[in-house]
Structure formats: structure tokens, C-alpha cells
Design a protein around this ligand. Structure first.
Ligand SMILES: Nc1ncnc2c1ncn2[C@@H]1O[C@H](COP(=O)(O)OP(=O)(O)OP(=O)(O)O)[C@@H](O)[C@H]1O
Length: 272
């Protein structure tokens, strides 16, 4: 599925903005800089109950990891820290060398839109919008007005790019104008991947979106997800409690092994 790398796009604008931002911030275009680096990370929702305590964890550029752990061990919390939705009380998360929590809100939102793609458990598609509009919304948030090129502005180019992405994800071309709510669960998952990848993120974060699928559909979803992440050159963090999905990954880790707090928590699933 090399089309994701070859289609005509507003990439010039994106990479100019990308390089400028990364050079400015922390020299993140250096191949040595990991996609994600977690150092001495501490987070709690309430002071007396720390949820995340990770000394060091990292993910290389284009690397794929399966991170599993029981319900409540902090998987979604960690993903929210990595994507800058939550800010830690201690330590830091660097994405491409940038300490995302230290960016001002508007820069953080732009950085997230340009460099991080997220597929949520519930997909978070806008149900009454078409597939096209759902994906264009993500493109809009990543758009850097100061670096817009004519190509990026052209509606037809955007639509062509979305159509290529949907094709790569094996979605029928006529679904592009359908409302998200009219699609099957499996189709919605693929649209959620398309939306997460449309801005060519450096890091793709996927939070257990397979629970509604049967075994065969899960396998097909995992295959298309990992293939698309590879062809997009995105590092992939996939979290789940379902260890049967681990076989799709070379790197498999338990969050309870890297998170001191989770390891110390009395989880019902580990007591049995
Ligand atoms: N907004 C919040 N305020 C307070 N506590 C929270 C909040 N969100 C999550 N928690 C708690 O933090 C812990 C970790 O939650 P989190 O959602 O990260 O776990 P998870 O591993 O993703 O779980 P699941 O697999 O069920 O989605 C849980 O004990 C949860 O109750």
C-alpha cells in the first residue's frame, strides 16, 4: 500500500512546518531521536492515588508496540499523557524530542494534529457528518496557515488524498459521502484509522478499538492497521487488554511491567 507515501498532497507545507517546528524545539528530525520517550513520568487524578509511575520507556521511529494490561491499569491515561491531552505532575513525555506538555495550548493542539494520530475506543467520529467531512475536519486542525501552499488549499487535492487513503484501507469508494452513523462498525474503524493517518502522523496511537468485532474481523482490522502504519512510516502504539492481538506485533509489553503504580495495584484480573 505504497500509495500513502506517493499521492500528491500538501506535504511540502506539512514537512516545512514539521521541520521548522521540530528544529526549533528539539532537533527532532535527527534519526536518533525516538518517536516517543517517557522519562520519570508521574501522574495521578487524585493526589493520594498515583496511576502512572514510569521510569523510562521509549519507542523508535516507525516501531510498533503492543501494550497490554488489565482494565483500569492506566492504558488510556498513558496514551492521553503521550498525546498531551493530560499533563504529568512529574517527569516528561517527549514526542520527536518535543516535551509536549510544555507547549502552550494552541501549539500543543497543532503539534498533536500534525504529528500524532489517535484512534479511540469509540472511534469518536461525528455521526451526522459524512466520511469525507469527518476526515477533512482532521485535516483542518493540522493545517498551518503560515505554511499553506496552493495544493493544500485545493479541495480536489484533499478529496483525492482522502479517496486514496480509503482505498488503501479497503473501504468502498462510495462510502465517502455516507454519514458515519450509516457505516458498519468495521467500516467506522477503518474511517477512524483514515482520519488518524490523513495528516501523516509520526506516531499513531490506537486505544483498543476491536472489542465489538468477532475474531476474524479483528484479524482483518489488525492486518490493515499494521500494514497502513508501516506504509505511512508511523510509529504505532496499540493498547489492549486482549492478549490474543499480541501476535500481530514483534514488540509486546505489559504496562504492569513498566508502570510501577499499576504493578502495585490489586487488580481483580491478576488475583485470579
Ligand atoms: N478522569 C478521571 N478521574 C479520576 N480517575 C480516573 C479518571 N480516568 C480514569 N481514572 C482512573 O484511573 C485508572 C486508570 O484508568 P484508565 O482508563 O487509564 O485505565 P485503562 O487501563 O485504560 O482501563 P480500560 O482497559 O478499562 O479502558 C482507573 O482506576 C480509573 O478509574
Amino acid at each position: 500500500m505504497s500509495i500513502l507515501k506517493n499521492e500528491p498532497t500538501g506535504d511540502d507545507a506539512k514537512s516545512a512546518s514539521h521541520n521548522h517546528q521540530i528544529n526549533d524545539l528539539n532537533n527532532g528530525n535527527n534519526a536518533q531521536v525516538p518517536a516517543v520517550l517517557v522519562e520519570s513520568l508521574l501522574f495521578s487524578y487524585v493526589a493520594s492515588k498515583p496511576i502512572i509511575d514510569i521510569k523510562k520507556w521509549q519507542l523508535g521511529k516507525s516501531e510498533q508496540v503492543f501494550l497490554y494490561g488489565p482494565s483500569g491499569c492506566g492504558k488510556s491515561t498513558l496514551l492521553n499523557l503521550i498525546s498531551g491531552i493530560l499533563s504529568p505532575q512529574g517527569g516528561k513525555v517527549s514526542v520527536l524530542g518535543t516535551d509536549i506538555a510544555r507547549l502552550k495550548t494552541s501549539k500543543r493542539d497543532r503539534f498533536r494534529a500534525q504529528h500524532i494520530g489517535v484512534v479511540f475506543q469509540q472511534f469518536n467520529l461525528v455521526p451526522y457528518l459524512s466520511v469525507l467531512d469527518n476526515i477533512q475536519l482532521a485535516m483542518h486542525f493540522a493545517n498551518d496557515d503560515s505554511n499553506k501552499t496552493d495544493a493544500m488549499k485545493k479541495e480536489s487535492t484533499k478529496q483525492q488524498r482522502i479517496a486514496s487513503m480509503l482505498h488503501a484501507l479497503q473501504l468502498p469508494s462510495d462510502c465517502i459521502l455516507q454519514k458515519a452513523s450509516e457505516l458498519s462498525v468495521g467500516q467506522q474503524q477503518r474511517v477512524a484509522i483514515a482520519r488518524a493517518l490523513i495528516n501523516k502522523p509520526d506516531v499513531l496511537i490506537v486505544d483498543e478499538p476491536t472489542s465489538a468485532l468477532d475474531a476474524a474481523a479483528k484479524d482483518a482490522f489488525m492486518q490493515v492497521l499494521t500494514d497502513t502504519a508501516i506504509s505511512s512510516n508511523a510509529a504505532l502504539i496499540f493498547v489492549s487488554h486482549d492478549q490474543s492481538l499480541a501476535r500481530h506485533f514483534k514488540r509486546v509489553e505489559s504496562l504492569t511491567d513498566i508502570n510501577y503504580t499499576a504493578a502495585a495495584m490489586p487488580e481483580p484480573e491478576r488475583r485470579t
